[in-house]
Ligand binder design. Structure first.
Ligand code: AR6
Length: 188
């Protein structure tokens, strides 16, 4: 059977520009750090909007397993956010590309999606993980994000919708291009 006939045609992918804390989905993904204690950027925005219940859950995870390794993901309440859960994943710090950054960034998307499926989430929103403080080049990060999500949904029809939420215009345009390129190469 040709590859495309085996692929899941069900999951919708959307690209939005704006603040991820305002998006209505079952799970919002946070670009956290290994301490899980919060920080700036999207991490700060999610903790501010969701309130102290998120950090309280993070502290329970810290007590249990001592934080979260790069590329891995953990799940907490979403507190006051409209989402049911926040999935915290830790992106790699960009170090020139020779330190397995690509594999680690791919793992962020795959592990977050698997955790969402395991918790019966049907919709999920991702920020552009690692592209802020962690310095990942935008084009490379967008391609990895799109490839990882497309690979996951090709073999799983559990999610209804995956949303990429870009905070800035530049990433928004880069994601649209990455998605269009991926669709062309997948279906041609
Ligand atoms: N909604 C969506 N995207 C956002 C928002 C928002 N409200 N705010 C920022 N972004 P960053 P990283 C975008 O730095 O590079 C934290 O301190 C931002 O424009 O938040 O993975 C953590 O605690 C960028 O495109 O995350 C870690 O220490 C993207 O989110 C460290 O930063 C990621 O930028 C993680 O660095």
């Amino acid at each position: 059977m040709p590859e495309q006939e085996r692929m899941n045609m069900h999951t919708k992918i959307e690209i939005l520009k704006g603040d991820i804390t305002k998006v209505t989905v079952d799970a919002i993904v946070n670009a956290a750090n290994t301490s899980l204690l919060g920080g700036g950027g999207v991490d700060g925005a999610i903790h501010r909007a969701g309130g102290p219940a998120i950090l309280a859950d993070c502290r329970k995870i810290i007590a249990r397993q001592g934080g979260c390794k790069t590329g891995e993901a953990v799940i907490t309440t979403a507190g006051n956010l409209s989402a049911k859960f926040v999935i915290h994943t830790v992106g790699p710090v960009w170090n020139g590309g020779e330190k397995n950054e690509a594999q680690k960034l791919t793992a962020c998307y795959t592990n977050a999606l698997q955790l969402a499926v395991d918790n019966a989430c049907k919709t999920i929103a991702f920020p552009c993980i690692s592209t802020g403080v962690y310095g990942y080049p935008f084009h490379e990060a967008a391609k990895i994000a799109v490839d990882a999500v497309m690979e996951f949904i090709a073999h799983s029809d559990q999610m209804d919708k995956v949303v990429f939420v870009c905070f800035d215009e530049e990433n928004f345009l880069i994601y649209q291009h990455a998605m269009a390129t991926k669709r062309e190469s997948t279906w041609d």
